[in-house]
Design a protein around this ligand. Structure first.
Ligand code: ZN
Length: 382
């Protein structure tokens, strides 16, 4: 009831709608960059509850175990708020807003924070690493290290199948007959959602650990510009490609490289990193995905397919680093379709929200490690 709720519950919903409408209008005008933004969708009470607090008394408590929220009061958190608390105590962070949201059966509180980060510079600044993304191996590094694909979704599929079968036997909603779902059906849906969330969380955790390690260690990271949305359209590959989280991996490296002042180089989409011999430079016309070992016809090199690709990516930067203008660097010519190939040396430009910007559009080298960033620090509520 009004009076019992925070006024922010209403105003944040309307503010979100206003932003969505502005984005839609600017996008249709052509004044907004990026993909076309469509008219905002209706957000009912079942599409995920969330509320953003910008005024009133909110924040973290001194015991680092609770968050304060207006109207709601003090709530115990499942995770410790230690990291954010230390920043606040030191005066390097200022909490601007708190968002409470409900997702897959759990309540979250995220803080939007203005923060001064001091990320360590890469341990080996002169070292270049090529990162080949794949499905067989999650990542193959040019150093010879191969990180296997954990195939998290595959591991959960058995349980997922069981739960979906269970849901199918229970009374779900029917729009035509206006039948409301049974409580038992809702319960099963909740279990399915929790299982999906668990898979997604585990995946994100693994990617964060991997990308942080890469950025902390190597001065230059070379990635491929993969057409992930194209790969997701292939129905034989889609589930496995999605299970890897390739786009998320690139997104994380993109913004973390800015924080740690590492250089990120994105190889052109048409660069045949897998088909090229990393030893003599010969390019094969075809190399099916099932061929796991690269076998060079010219020099007789025998090397793991992904490792070969990763080494090619490193070689690309060796050439790019020598040139003064890092904007473009031509590799070898792609014979089959003759596409002109470019390599973008990207100082991924982060935005105020900590999200990676259009890296190739404007290069902003950040020399010092001190930067004001807004980052979302999320703590799970109990
Ligand atoms: Zn060769």
């Amino acid at each position: 009831m009004v009076g019992e709720n925070s006024k922010e519950a209403y105003s944040s919903g309307l503010a979100n709608l206003a932003t969505a409408l502005t984005n839609w209008r600017d996008s249709s005008n052509g004044t907004r960059r990026g993909p076309q933004v469509r008219f905002p969708r209706f957000k009912g009470k079942r599409t995920g509850l969330s509320c953003r607090f910008t005024t009133g008394a909110f924040g973290i408590t001194d015991d680092r175990r609770h968050v304060k929220l207006p109207r709601i009061g003090t709530v115990r958190t499942h995770e410790s708020t230690r990291k954010l608390a230390r920043h606040v105590e030191r005066g390097t962070a200022r909490i601007r807003s708190a968002t409470v949201s409900h997702r897959s059966g759990r309540w979250f509180c995220s803080f939007s924070v203005e923060i001064t980060r001091t990320d360590p510079a890469p341990a080996r600044p002169g070292k270049v690493v090529g990162v080949d993304l794949g499905v067989k191996a999650l990542v193959a590094l040019s150093t010879g290290e191969v990180i296997p694909n954990p195939r998290l979704l595959d591991g959960a599929l058995r349980e997922l199948r069981r739960l979906r079968r269970q849901a199918a036997r229970r009374t779900g909603p029917n729009r035509h007959t206006a039948r409301t779902p049974s409580n038992r059906w809702r319960k099963t849906q909740g279990r399915i959602a929790r299982l999906h969330a668990r898979v997604a969380n585990t995946r994100r955790d693994g990617l964060h650990k991997l990308t942080t390690r890469l950025v902390r260690e190597f001065g230059t990271i070379v990635l491929e510009d993969l057409n992930v949305s194209g790969m997701l359209r292939n129905r034989c590959l889609a589930r496995h490609v999605a299970d890897v989280g390739m786009r998320e991996l690139r997104r994380q490296i993109c913004y973390k490289s800015v924080w740690g002042a590492a250089r990120l180089v994105i190889a052109d989409r048409w660069y045949p990193s897998s088909k090229t011999c990393s030893d003599c430079g010969a390019v094969k016309a075809k190399l099916p995905l099932r061929v796991r070992v690269y076998n060079c016809d010219e020099c007789g090199l025998v090397l793991d397919r992904d490792l070969n690709a990763a080494r090619n990516l490193v070689a690309l930067v060796g050439e790019a680093a020598g040139s003064t203008s890092a904007a473009s660097c031509a590799g070898t010519v792609n014979k089959p379709d003759g596409n002109p190939r470019q390599t973008h040396a990207v100082w991924a430009a982060g935005t105020a929200t900590g999200r990676p910007g259009h890296g190739r559009a404007n290069a902003t080298p950040q020399g010092d490690g001190y930067r004001a960033e807004r980052a979302d620090v999320r703590s799970r509520l109990r």
